[in-house]
Design a protein around this ligand. Sequence first.
Ligand code: NAD
Length: 436
Amino acid sequence: MRQATRLPCVTMHNTIKIALVGTGMFGGDVHARAYADLQRGGLSPQLGRVGLDGWARDLAPIKFQLVVVAARTEKSARRARDNFKRWTGHAPKAFAGPKPWRDILREFPDLDVIAVATPDPLHAEVIVAALRAGVHVITEKPMCLDIAEADRIIELARARNLIVAVDMHKRYDPDHRRICEELKQRIGDPLYGTACLEEPLHVSTRTFKWAEQSDPFSYVGTHWVDLIYHYYRSKPVSLTAVGQKKRLIRDGINAYDAVQVRVDFANGMSISFHNNWITPPDFEGPVNQGHEIVGTEGKIESDQQYRGLRWWHAGGGSRTANNHFTRDVKRPDGSAAYIGYGIDSLTVGLAAICRLKFFGASRASVANIYPMAEEARITVAIVHAARIVRDLNFKYLRAGKGAPVTARFGRDGITIVDPYGAGAGKMFRRLYRKAI
Ligand SMILES: NC(=O)c1ccc[n+]([C@@H]2O[C@H](COP(=O)([O-])OP(=O)(O)OC[C@H]3O[C@@H](n4cnc5c(N)ncnc54)[C@H](O)[C@@H]3O)[C@@H](O)[C@H]2O)c1
C-alpha cells in the first residue's frame, strides 16, 4: 500500500457527500444503514476488515453525510428519510420521481458520490448521469445489463478520473478471502465447478415490481460470476444458457423462475451457475447459496447458507442464518453497529474515493482495492450474452428443437452461435465487436 501524503484539504473540507438513489429492500436497508454508521464514526472502524487498516488514521477525520435519498415514489423516499433521521438525528433531503437523479445533480453541485440501488435495468442511466456531472459512483450489481453500456461507463470514469465501485460483496466473505488467498492454490488447476444462489419466492412475486425486466441469473448469478473471475482472472470463451417459466407464470408474472448458465473459461475450467427466485418460504434460510470447485489436486466446498448455526422451535420451523453477511453488534448505548461482508464492498469503494478526493491519489494507484467497472465488464458480457442465448434456447425448447444455442467470446468480441439461424444467414450473429 502506498504511504499517504496528507493534503491540507483533509482538515478543511473533509466531508464526503452521498446521495442514495433507490431505497428499497437493499438500498433502504444495507446502504442506508451503512451510511448511517459512517455518519456516526467515519470509515476507519471498517478498514481492518478489508485489509486497509494502514489508512485508518488518514481517513479518520473524514466525515460522511447522506445528503439525499431518492426513490420512485414520495412515500418510499420519505420512509427512507424518516428511518435515517431516527438512526442518526439527521434528515437527508427526499427526492422522488421517474428520474430524480437529474434534480439531485442539479441541486447538489458539490455531491461526491451517488450510490445506485435502483432496479437492475436502471443502473446504467444513473451511473452515466453521475459520471457526466463529475460524481463518483458506488453501484449495486449488476453494474449494467449491456456490454456497450459497460464500455460507456468505463470510458467516462477514465476520462473524468472518477471511481465506479460495484457492490460485489461475495469477494469479502471471510471464507472466500481464504479461498482466494490460499485454498485455490492448494487444489491445483481448476477443472469444473458449480455455484448456486436460490432466492425466496417473495422477491420475485412481492418485493420486485421489475421481475419481468430481470431474471435470477442477472440479479444474483452475477455475484458468483464476479467471484469466480476474481479468483482466477480468466476470461470467458463460451457459454450456454437455459431457463424455465412454470411457477411465476401462475401468478401472472412473465419472468424466468430459474436460469442455468454454463461458462467455459480461457484457463480450461467450466463453471455452472444455477439461480432461481422461487424458493418457498418453508426453506430454513433467507437464501440458499454455495459453490464448489474441483481442481487437479483437490476440491473446495463452500456452503454459504448453512454455516453451522441452526435452530428450531415450536411453530417456527427449522432455521439457519448467515451472520457473516451483516449483523447487529450492540454498542454500550444500546444502539447497534452494522458489520459484515455486506458492508465491506461499500467500504472499499468509499476508501478509494477518499484517496482520490483528499490525498491526490490517481485511479491507477487505488485500482484493485475495490471491485472496479473494468472487472464488472466481464460479468456484464456474460450476463448480456447469457440473456440472448437463454431466450433463443427457451424458444427452441418449446418448439421441441432442443437447446443448441451458445455464445463465443474472444478477441473478435461476442458471437451468438445459433444453428437454426443458418437458413436465414444468421448462424453467427456478432453481438459485440471489441476484444473481451
Ligand atoms: N448486493 C446484493 O446482494 C443485493 C441484494 C439485493 C438487491 N441488490 C440490487 O440492488 C438493486 C435494488 O434492489 P432492491 O432489492 O432494493 O429492489 P427494490 O425493488 O426493493 O427497490 C428498488 C428501489 O429503487 C427505486 N426506484 C425504482 N425506480 C426508480 C426510479 N426511476 N428512480 C429512482 N428510484 C427508483 C424504488 O423506489 C425502490 O426504492 C438491484 O439492482 C438489485 O439487484 C443487490
